[in-house]
Design a binder for this molecule. Structure first.
Ligand SMILES: CC(C)(COP(=O)(O)OP(=O)(O)OC[C@H]1O[C@@H](n2cnc3c(N)ncnc32)[C@H](O)[C@@H]1OP(=O)(O)O)[C@@H](O)C(=O)NCCC(=O)NCCS
Length: 319
């Protein structure tokens, strides 16, 4: 055994959260891909029954490794990173072992639904180091998330919705509940997006990138005399991180959802064009998005819209 990695399990105070963000940035600068995705970064300050933070320190006390385990879904999901200067020293192995114990042990409060879950570990970018580490740890790929991209601008005009429908932008607060309903229906089988709660939505509304002008709803026209508007049947949520250079700016098709009762009616295609038009008008030079590797209808929609594969993210698990 080459190291005795001091491991700390528990909530992170503000300094510890910053140390994890710095560690993630050092790994991104080295690997060319961010090791922690959006939700784990939003969760750094969360102290709840369903989440565990594990930090590895070196002998000087610096944060050199981190794993976050989220047990709120059907499987436990982990994101794991070791500082580039401290790799091949057994820390990844210790963090993975700790995460596996955490996912499978009964919860302290005895809360149902949190015990004995399979652990799934994300490898963003499917790096050489992650592949070697996964193979050495007996993990196999179980899910692929594709990152697609296409250049902008290449969109003319604003597409018209079909008769009986209109496109309007999202009104924070007023549209929250109706959007959560259509999102849950559209993503009923998606392990993360379909479980989005009001708290998750509000957390995103508080992010610097959140812009309701880039969040579109396709809504049936209200019947005459009806007091309330019907729920949207589809939505297109775009996201552009601030602070990107003007000549290389990514705009993301962040979430595109169509109510299952209205799938196959061309709404996905229409709202993709609406989203691309918006991103091009706001100065994005490349449109990007994430899609499940086995989602053939979505992949076909995006390939038709000119997207090609730019990266792949893989989830590993023990067979
Ligand atoms: C993957 C990662 C967490 C490994 O951390 P680590 O502390 O270097 O891993 P360990 O030292 O515990 O390695 C354990 C074993 O994994 C294998 N391994 C680790 N890195 C490897 C590499 N670059 N190439 C081939 N095999 C590798 C080796 O068999 C190693 O044992 P050995 O050093 O005795 O040969 C780290 O490289 C990292 O942070 N990568 C970026 C983030 C990421 O992809 N996370 C997802 C992991 S599934």
């Amino acid at each position: 055994m080459r190291i005795a990695a001091p491991i700390e399990i528990g909530p992170l105070d503000a300094d510890a959260q910053q140390a994890v963000r710095d560690l993630a940035q050092a790994a991104e600068a080295h690997d060319g891909v961010a090791p922690l995705s959006e939700q784990p970064l939003l969760n750094l300050g969360t102290d709840a029954e369903w989440i565990t933070h594990v930090v590895a320190h070196d002998t000087a006390g610096s944060t050199v490794g981190y794993v976050q385990i989220d047990r709120s879904g059907e499987t436990a999901s982990a994101e794991l990173v070791v500082h580039p200067d401290h790799r091949r020293n057994g820390r990844g192995r210790v963090l993975l072992r700790t995460a596996e114990r955490d996912a499978t042990l009964p919860s302290r409060s005895g809360e149902p639904g949190q015990q004995g879950k399979q652990l799934r570990v994300w490898a963003h970018g499917d790096l050489e180091s992650a592949r070697g580490f996964a193979a050495a740890s007996g993990l196999r790929p179980v899910r692929e998330l594709l990152f697609l991209a296409r250049p902008l601008p290449a969109v003319d005009g604003t597409p018209e919705p079909p008769a009986g429908y209109h496109v309007r932008t999202f009104r924070p607060g007023a549209d929250d509940d109706a959007w959560l309903r259509v999102n849950a229906r559209a993503f009923a089988t998606h392990p993360e997006q379909g479980r989005m709660s009001l708290d998750d939505l509000r957390a995103r509304q508080g992010e610097p990138w959140f812009d309701p002008e880039g969040f579109f709803l396709l809504v049936p026209d209200a019947p005459q005399g009806a007091g309330t508007e019907p729920d949207p049947v589809a939505f297109q949520w775009t996201k552009t991180e601030p602070g990107q250079p003007d000549d290389a700016r990514d705009g993301e098709i962040y979430a595109l959802g169509v109510d299952p009762d209205h799938q196959g009616e061309g709404f996905g295609r229409l709202l993709t064009e609406v989203g691309l038009g918006h991103l091009a008008r706001t100065g994005a030079t490349r449109a990007v998005l994430y899609v499940e590797g086995d989602n053939a209808p979505a992949l076909a929609t995006y390939e038709r819209a000119g997207f090609t594969r730019a990266a792949v993210h893989v989830q590993y698990a023990r067979p």
